[in-house]
Ligand binder design. Structure first.
Ligand code: SAH
Length: 253
């Protein structure tokens, strides 16, 4: 299925968010990854100018956000629901990593709407809210400091959604700038470089033609690996020429 359609079916549900700035940050995190369905369960303060400021270009996501009085309403119609919690709980839903949970979530999005559920900034998700979800996900963190900012947690999960929707190969932003391109060195230019190297290595005593060993093959292997450009061959030959005739830089054989 088209990745953008899959992403459009993923709801991000924020339970009882206290800070409007975090709602804005979540909207921005969603839009950068192609998600757009934001649900707010009893937000303390919304709409709010601070939310708009933090959303920057994602105010449209805020404007379309649906507000509900409880989590059950926000999850209506969802075929898979995933709770985000820094702490594992006894008798909570089956624990999963963000990647494995999101892979299941995106697969389920092929069948219908799905949800990622985040908790309040101070208290997290209540046991009751957690109990309404089918999977619980903890983002792996420093064990001594495991609580991410709400907007940051939304960003991590939305990124995983984008990667999963594109089967692990989400395309990068198209380059509008003309990429720098230099002509590659030709076979004869490379051979000229190898001959020049051999001359200098012989003249300096580094290479002894009577006992060649495998030095020349190794030099070819080294330069063969890096797809030299014409300019680069010219620079290397310029350096070699300068060592041959230090006062007359740039002289070629
Ligand atoms: N003090 C709260 C953390 C609140 S952070 C607690 O201990 O639960 C706000 C929300 O961000 C959390 O409810 C959770 O949904 C999400 N979050 C933050 N850090 C997370 C982590 N390491 N793993 C999963 N979710 C996390």
């Amino acid at each position: 299925m088209n990745p953008e359609i899959l992403l459009s079916r993923i709801r991000v549900v924020l339970c009882r968010p206290s800070h409007p700035g975090n709602i804005g940050a979540a909207a921005r995190a969603m839009k950068t990854m192609g998600l757009s369905d934001l649900r707010l369960v009893s937000p303390k303060q919304f709409p709010d100018p601070e939310a708009d400021v933090r959303a920057t270009g994602a105010v449209d996501v805020l404007q379309r956000a649906k507000i509900t009085g409880d989590l059950a309403q926000a999850l209506q119609g969802c075929v898979l629901t995933v709770a985000l919690s820094a702490r594992a709980r006894d008798l909570g839903p089956a624990p999963a990593t963000p990647r494995t949970a999101v892979e299941r979530l995106v697969a389920a999005a092929g069948e219908g709407d799905v949800a990622l559920v985040f908790g309040n900034e101070t208290s997290g998700l209540s046991n009751e809210e957690l109990g309404l979800c089918q999977l619980a996900v903890s983002i792996p963190t420093n064990p001594d400091f495991s609580s991410l900012n709400l907007g940051a947690a939304v960003q991590v999960l939305c990124y995983e959604c984008r990667m999963a929707a594109h089967a692990g190969a989400a395309p990068l932003l198209e380059q509008h700038a003309t990429p720098f391109s230099a002509p590659p060195a030709t076979h004869d230019e490379l051979e000229g470089l190898y001959r020049h190297l051999e001359q200098v290595m012989t003249a300096t005593g580094f290479f002894n033609p009577a006992q060649p060993g495998r030095l020349l093959q190794k030099v070819r292997r080294l330069f063969g690996r890096i797809a030299l450009e014409r300019d680069e061959v010219n620079i290397l030959r310029g350096i070699l020429s300068a060592t041959q005739s230090p006062t007359r830089h740039g002289r070629r054989d």
